[in-house]
Design a binder for this molecule. Structure first.
Ligand code: C2E
Ligand code: CA
Ligand code: CA
Length: 830
């Protein structure tokens, strides 16, 4: 779209810089500019039309002037002719003429001439010779007389203007009859100043008569109404025009011209009055243009004054209008700036008007109020936890920061207690999120009751994590006080919580840290309290105070954890298998899956170096699934190779607490098409005792799927066989600590024996691990133990090696049987 001029004018970027960016200035400039434009246009239009009119009227005046001049000259000629006729008919004159007395004739001529104002009077004979004259020197007129006489005979009267001694004269000639023509009376008078003055008085034209004696002479001014000073200029400029007119026909003996005399402009008209043989008389009629225009100039001045006044009035008007518009705009702008700066409470005042600006102001007010309300809402969301109505992490962090600043000034200290519920996820999983929310609200209530001294802040940091801020503590007693508060909170959680007729046992782990003892600033203080809290969670030994040594351990754990994750993703873990043999026939009946870590820097790591970490961090769940899948694949391979074994896989506490573990195992079985019976799952006593109810639930499900279950490391815990009987267990694995030395230690041997008997009594298979020599093997066989596992028969070996080892073992067994010696394991080993 091409911009229209108006659009360009109104577009701010098109404005010159000096106008500035204020809307008010622009309105004023625009209005005044438009007004001036209109005024200037009309001024020039008027001026042009005045000029045109003036010139037209001047031309007319000049034409009128020309007519008047010829008329006057005609009348003069007529008067003169009458005078001459009277003289010609006068009896006395006739008598004098017939007496032929020249003196008398001359005196009569002089008298008569004087009477009618003629300065030339003469009597000519019929041959046009001068008979008598009142003045001397009329000889030069004689050539004219013949011409005049011819005309006079035709029209009774003849007149002509001639130049006589550089001056214009009007001549008439009349015949003297008796009754034939006996002579001619010639009369003439000068065309002088009087005539031009009269003309000037009559018509307000300047009149000037120019004469030329002959064709080669210059034009000169004979008489003029113009001041003497203008003569030179006048003669020069007029000469050109006169020469042009000169020589034309009678009908076109006038011409228009313009002159400039003494800086005044004149419009003029030259009228050729007479011309004969180069001698000429011409009248110059002039009208001052300035004079003609003067009355209009007055009008224009009035108009200019009017423009000035209207610009003034308009200016004031537009300034007021602009202010009327821009003042409220400015107020709105200030108010908008206030909004921008976050002030939503100051109302917009002074804009109660009924026009559009008032509407804008009201809309603005509504907007301010709405934004203000929304802002409050946002602030609430930003700083408060909607579930428990406690301050959230952000507010808590700010409070800690402020408390540190205040404490720093007052020489006091600040403590933070961080609290995390134990097993909250389980509550959520089992009882549902609605109940979980209820529980969190209950916890918040309990916490608020326990806190503490006025001004201490309780907050929910997220999930099941809460925190308490103790500010302005005495440096001498701060940690003691914090510890007391933490203990009291912990005790408060010892009582079960009853919600909607459900009683929930909850416990919490608490960590505490202090500023400036443990941290320099708020963020570090919070993270230190959190570290302490995690350690408390692991140790189950009440609230923990932050200790830099613990922190180092925990950061090591973290890096180990990421390394472990890397290990799973990059195939650094190795599956090892250790054979399990039937004691009665020394056949390989199974194997235990044991993991190793082929660490890129530290070499092959035994499980003790990373399994405990994995258990602490929960990463064990990932590991267990990895081992389970590897084992399933291995089993499949062995099975395909003709060996059907039961492979034992170790489960840890964390695995048992995962209610989804059975499903995950089942899915892997389906994927690799391996039966559950291929597996024996080993669980330690302590893993079961951590949370017997949940362990039992998981074990029931696993058993139902068809997995064999085994109690590992039996004898190291405190569980009774009577209790274990209630579990769906198939096998009992006597801990190696009782087996290794049983051939020497009678107590161990006794424990092993009674365990075997009791287990058999409960219908369980018994496995002994840690068989390191042939005597133990033999002893166990005698005690009717079912299976044995140990270095004596085979160490844990890479899974790939296991198949070969197993085949080799069977061959050796067959050989010993064929030699009739019976199983002689010790010889065949290592
Ligand atoms: P465990 O379940 O009691 O495993 C048996 C441990 O006894 C194995 O140690 C094995 O090498 C060792 N052992 C077997 N026969 C003898 C013997 O004759 N004499 C002696 N002194 N020791 C013998 P390993 O492989 O170092 O594993 C240590 C522990 O690490 C295991 O104890 C088990 O608790 C854990 N572990 C190993 N692999 C896994 C796994 O995949 N998952 C889980 N959760 N734990 C595992
Ligand atoms: Ca085991
Ligand atoms: Ca064991």
């Amino acid at each position: 779209m091409t911009p229209t001029p108006l659009r360009t004018l109104l577009h701010p970027t098109q404005w010159p810089r000096w106008i500035g960016s204020s809307l008010g200035t622009r309105i004023v400039v625009l209005f005044l500019g438009l007004l001036l434009l209109v005024q200037a246009a009309s001024f020039f239009a008027i001026r042009a039309s005045i000029d045109r009119n003036a010139r037209a009227s001047i031309t007319e005046e000049l034409q009128v002037g020309e007519r008047v001049l010829t008329r006057v000259l005609d009348q003069n000629a007529q008067k003169l002719a009458e005078g001459a006729s009277l003289l010609a008919a006068d009896y006395g004159f006739r008598a004098a003429v017939s007496s032929n007395d020249a003196d008398t004739i001359a005196s009569v001529l002089a008298n008569h001439g004087e009477r009618i104002g003629a300065t030339v009077t003469a009597l000519l004979d019929t041959e046009f010779h001068l008979r008598a004259a009142a003045q001397p020197g009329l000889q030069e007129l004689l050539p004219v007389t013949q011409r005049l006489a011819a005309r006079a005979l035709a029209s009774k009267r003849a007149s002509e203007i001639v130049v006589l001694g550089q001056r214009p004269f009007q001549l008439v000639m009349v015949p003297m009859r008796a009754p034939v023509v006996v002579g001619w009376v010639l009369m003439g008078f000068p065309i002088d100043q009087r005539l031009v003055d009269d003309m000037h008085a009559l018509s307000s034209l300047q009149v000037s008569l120019q004469v030329r004696a002959d064709a080669s002479a210059k034009w000169s001014t004979a008489v003029s109404t113009l001041p003497l000073a203008t003569r030179d200029q006048l003669e020069k400029q007029a000469a050109l025009s006169l020469d042009r007119v000169n020589g034309r026909t009678e009908a076109a003996s006038s011409a228009a011209m313009t002159l400039s005399l003494l800086d005044n402009e004149y419009s003029g008209r030259t009228v050729m009055l007479a011309e004969h043989d180069g001698a000429a008389v011409s009248a110059l009629l002039l009208r001052s243009v300035d004079d003609a225009v003067a009355p209009y100039r007055q009008l224009q001045l009035g108009l200019a004054a009017l423009t000035l006044v209207s610009v003034l009035v308009f200016g004031i008007g537009s300034v007021l209008t602009a202010r009327h518009v821009t003042t409220p705009l400015r107020r709105l702008a200030t108010a908008a700036e206030r909004l921008g700066a976050g002030d939503y409470s100051t109302p917009l005042r002074g804009l109660d008007r009924s026009d559009e600006l008032g509407d804008v102001a009201r809309a603005f007010e509504r907007m301010r109020e709405n934004i203000g309300e929304q802002q409050d809402e946002i602030l609430k969301l930003a700083y408060w936890d909607p579930l428990t109505a406690l301050p959230n992490r952000l507010q808590f962090r700010n409070a800690v920061r402020d408390a540190i600043v205040a404490a720093g000034k007052a020489g006091r200290t600040v403590s933070v207690i961080m609290l995390d519920l134990d097993r909250f996820k389980h509550v959520n999983d089992v009882l549902g999120y609605r109940f979980g929310d209820l529980l969190l609200r209950g916890v918040a209530e309990r916490l608020t009751q326990q806190a503490v001294r006025g001004g201490d802040l309780v907050a929910r940091l997220g999930g099941d994590e809460f925190a308490v801020l103790l500010a302005g503590l005495d440096p001498a007693t701060d940690l003691a006080l914090t510890g007391t508060v933490a203990k009291r909170i912990q005790q408060a959680f010892d009582a079960a919580l009853t919600l909607e007729d459900q009683t929930v046992d909850i416990s919490a782990s608490l960590g505490l840290a202090n500023w400036p003892q443990h941290a320099d600033d708020a963020d570090v203080l919070l993270s230190r309290a959190e570290v302490a809290m995690y350690i408390a969670k692991r140790h189950h030994d009440g609230p923990m105070v932050y200790d830099p040594a613990l922190d180092a351990a925990s950061s090591q754990t973290l890096s180990l954890l990421s390394e472990l994750r890397h290990a799973v993703d990059h195939d650094e873990l190795r599956l090892y298998l250790q054979p399990k043999l039937a004691l009665n026939n020394a056949r390989v009946v199974g194997a235990e899956a044991l993991v190793r870590w082929q660490h890129p820097r530290r070499g092959l790591l035994p499980p003790m170096e990373f399994i405990p970490f994995a258990e602490q961090t929960g990463f064990i769940r990932v590991l267990t699934l990895w081992i389970f899948e590897q084992t399933a694949q291995m089993w499949k391979r062995l099975h395909d190779g003709g060996q059907t074994l039961t492979i034992s896989v170790n489960l840890s506490t964390r695995d048992l607490l995962d209610p989804e573990l059975p499903q995950k195992f089942d899915a892997l079985l389906v994927r690799h098409s391996v039966p559950a019976e291929a597996f024996c799952l080993e669980i330690t006593e302590s893993a079961i005792m951590d949370d017997p109810q949940r362990a039992q639930a998981t074990l029931d499900k696993l058993s139902a799927l068809g997995f064999r279950l085994s109690i590992d490391d039996f004898g190291t815990g405190y569980s009774s066989l009577a209790y274990l009987k209630r579990l769906p267990v198939d096998e009992l694995k006597i801990d190696k600590s009782f087996v290794i030395n049983m051939e020497k230690d009678l107590d161990d041997a006794r424990i092993v024996r009674s365990t075997i008997d009791l287990a058999h009594g409960l219908g369980l298979t018994v496995v002994a691990e840690g068989v390191e020599n042939a005597q133990v093997w033999e002893l166990l066989r005698e005690l009717a133990c079912d299976e044995a596992q140990g270095f004596h028969m085979g160490r844990p070996m890479p899974a790939a090696e296991f198949a070969r080892w197993s085949t080799g073992w069977s061959t050796r067994q067959a050989m010993t049987i064929s030699t009739g010696k019976g199983p002689d394991i010790p010889i065949t080993l290592h």
